[in-house]
Design a protein. Structure first.
Length: 367
């Protein structure tokens, strides 16, 4: 017996299966904004806001089987047997492992109802660093174009522009502005005016650089080997841009000499020592850029201040350090971990107003 379903019945079945949400139609398509960071992946869905915020990590078992993705993979990090390898598909701000990045993206997009092979009218907006090669930018297109999503509505947005929009900055203003995005794997310092980028410098250092320095200093001064998670804990608990707070934390690890479990009391002074080279490099790069741009733009930046975003800006008193070092007003984002993806949301919700900020597969710059 043949059962005929009405259009309403089909939509109801799709809604119950999670392939579309109540009130949506397959023809309308959805818009997704992806911020693929070194440590975190954030997904913004048009009309729904921030729908995914997870670790950008994948655990592979026996070199081919996916054991875990996202936060689940992070829970396994530094605790796995030799048969499981955990990695970050994004390194130094760009996609380094497109196959694993595809697996992570598909799994996390599925969580917010984006199913493969369905609704080819879906649109994807991806934030990419400005100071990278065209080949590296192209990888973001390929991530979606060569996936099972069956769509060519793929757009990239230069990350500094998205981050500025996420902080309610008028990127189309004739006044120049500077934005500093201090992430886990990279720090990007950019001057923007009239919807375009004047200069951008990508430093391959960030919060992870501080973690690595903490591990090294704890090993040198306390003869204790600690992991990245412990270093991150020390950074969050003791990290402070103004030294001499007189605080400390006890951490556990492996004794360098005996190889046995041991512990040590780590001071906030050690953590500051681990941070200072990175922070001073950021200050030096900002100064170098200010010296090379036209004086009119420098005047705009002095008048409006320098905007800071990214997870590493959560270090306490960092605004005081930069204000004193640069002698310029600094403006810190209230939600620095979400600036870029929320900027993508602004572009998606006002596509006609910000069309000139996006690049599609058809643009000659990426052919």
């Amino acid at each position: 017996m043949t059962i005929l379903l009405s259009a309403a019945d089909i939509l109801q079945v799709c809604a119950e299966a999670g392939t579309i949400r109540k009130g949506e139609t397959p023809l309308a398509g959805r818009k997704y904004g992806l911020d693929l960071g070194t440590m975190n992946i954030r997904i913004f869905q048009g009309g729904h806001g921030l729908v995914v915020y997870e670790k950008n990590m994948i655990a592979i078992q026996r070199k081919k089987e996916v054991a875990a993705i996202g936060n689940d993979a992070f829970e396994m990090y530094e605790r796995t047997p030799a048969s499981i390898v955990i990695s970050n598909p994004v390194r130094d701000g760009v996609i380094a492992d497109i196959n694993n990045m595809n697996k992570v993206a598909e799994a996390l997009l599925k969580k917010c109802g984006c199913t493969t092979g369905f609704m080819r009218n879906n649109s994807f907006y991806l934030a990419v660093p400005s100071d990278v090669t065209e080949v590296e930018k192209r990888a973001y297109f390929d991530l979606i174009a060569h996936s099972a999503y069956n769509t060519h509505n793929i757009f990239v947005v230069e990350k500094p522009l998205a981050a500025a929009l996420g902080e309610n900055v008028d990127v189309k203003s004739k006044k120049g502005m500077m934005i500093v995005d201090m992430g886990a794997g990279t720090t990007e310092i950019t001057v923007i005016t009239m919807g375009g980028i004047v200069v951008s410098k990508l430093l391959k250092m960030g919060g992870n650089t501080i973690n690595a320095s903490i591990c090294q200093l704890v090993k040198e001064r306390h003869h204790l080997v600690i992991g990245d998670k412990t270093a991150e804990y020390l950074k969050l608990e003791l990290g402070h841009a103004i030294p001499g707070q007189g605080r400390g934390k006890t951490v556990f690890g492996r004794d360098v000499i005996t190889g046995l479990p041991s512990k040590a009391e780590v001071s906030d002074h050690l953590v500051f020592d681990a941070m200072k080279n990175y922070l001073f490099q950021v200050v030096r790069t900002i100064r170098n850029i200010m010296e090379t741009i036209p004086p009119e733009l420098s005047g705009d930046i002095i008048e409006n201040g320098i905007y800071f975003t990214g997870g590493t800006t959560l270090i306490p008193e960092l605004d005081r350090l930069f204000n004193a070092s640069l002698r310029v007003k600094v403006v810190f984002a209230p939600k620095p971990l979400e600036s870029t993806v929320r900027g993508l949301g602004v572009i998606m919700d006002h596509a006609s107003d910000y069309k000139d900020l996006t690049f599609s597969l058809r643009d000659a710059a990426f052919e």
